[in-house]
Design a binder for this molecule. Structure first.
Ligand SMILES: [Zn+2]
Ligand SMILES: [Zn+2]
Length: 244
């Protein structure tokens, strides 16, 4: 048994995951996880986003998995990309309506719309490796995530990973908009220090595997350790099993 009853973040071969939709669903079922989101990277990812022309096939695979496992809840999801400091996304609001769940995160691989986005990526890359531009980077990334939350997204994935942020205003806006913050198994952020800053806010969280291969579905030990270290109230996390 894993700690979670629902895994809202998993990737398949439609982006950079190693398993098929059915492989992920089977792995979840085996672990007693009855709700799983198939949430490949959005098409604005330059290297391995879901290809727009494959979207219908993606949905058909999910519908097929629903037929095979009628007792499970299998969500059509997407982890869309924040493209730049204005918080623009690679998915229109019209396109979002086709999905059950919209995750949203910042990734270095998102295709720049122009020199501003390129500079945004470059500064984050440089900051990550050298620590330079810390203040400017935090300001821009925070602005980007705040802007992203003006769109009808459900979950902000790994806030602060790939680019440092000021988590307090982000959490405040998430609370206001009913957007869930993710505690991710594969990425360091949210980390314990961030959780400590925001744990008393009236805010919802999920812990998720961000599995890129089927065996990793439901594995959230590192994420859970961050929760315990911060003392975050477990009742604020939407997808844990009852008894921990
Ligand atoms: Zn991600
Ligand atoms: Zn992901």
């Amino acid at each position: 048994m894993t700690r979670i009853k629902a895994d809202y973040h998993s990737h398949t071969t439609y982006s950079d995951g190693k398993g098929s939709v059915l492989d992920n669903v089977r792995a979840a079922r085996k672990k007693g996880i009855m709700t799983i989101a198939i949430s490949d990277h959005g098409w604005g990812h330059g290297f391995f986003g879901l290809k727009k022309e494959k979207k219908d096939q993606y949905f058909r695979d999910i519908e097929e998995a629903r037929r095979i496992f009628p007792d499970m809840e299998i969500l059509k999801a997407l982890e869309c990309n924040i493209l730049g400091e204005d918080g623009a996304l690679d998915l229109s609001e019209e396109e979002m309506k086709e999905f059950d769940l919209i995750l949203c995160g910042y990734h270095f691989g998102s295709r720049p719309r122009g020199p501003r986005d390129l500079l945004f990526h470059a500064m984050n890359g440089l900051n990550k490796h050298t620590g330079l531009f810390k203040k400017a980077v935090i300001k821009r990334n925070t602005q980007a995530l705040l802007g992203a939350m003006d769109h009808p997204i459900d979950v902000l994935t790994h806030p602060g990973d790939k680019g440092q942020v000021d988590i307090v205003p982000i959490a405040r806006k998430a609370a206001e908009k009913g957007i869930i913050l993710e505690i991710n198994e594969r990425h360091n952020y949210l980390d314990t220090a961030q959780l400590n800053q925001i744990k008393d806010m009236d805010l919802r969280f999920i812990v998720s595997s961000d599995a890129h291969y089927p065996d990793a579905i439901g594995e959230v030990e590192k994420a859970y350790a961050k929760v315990l270290a911060s003392g975050l109230d477990l009742n604020k996390i939407d997808n844990l099993r009852e008894a921990q």
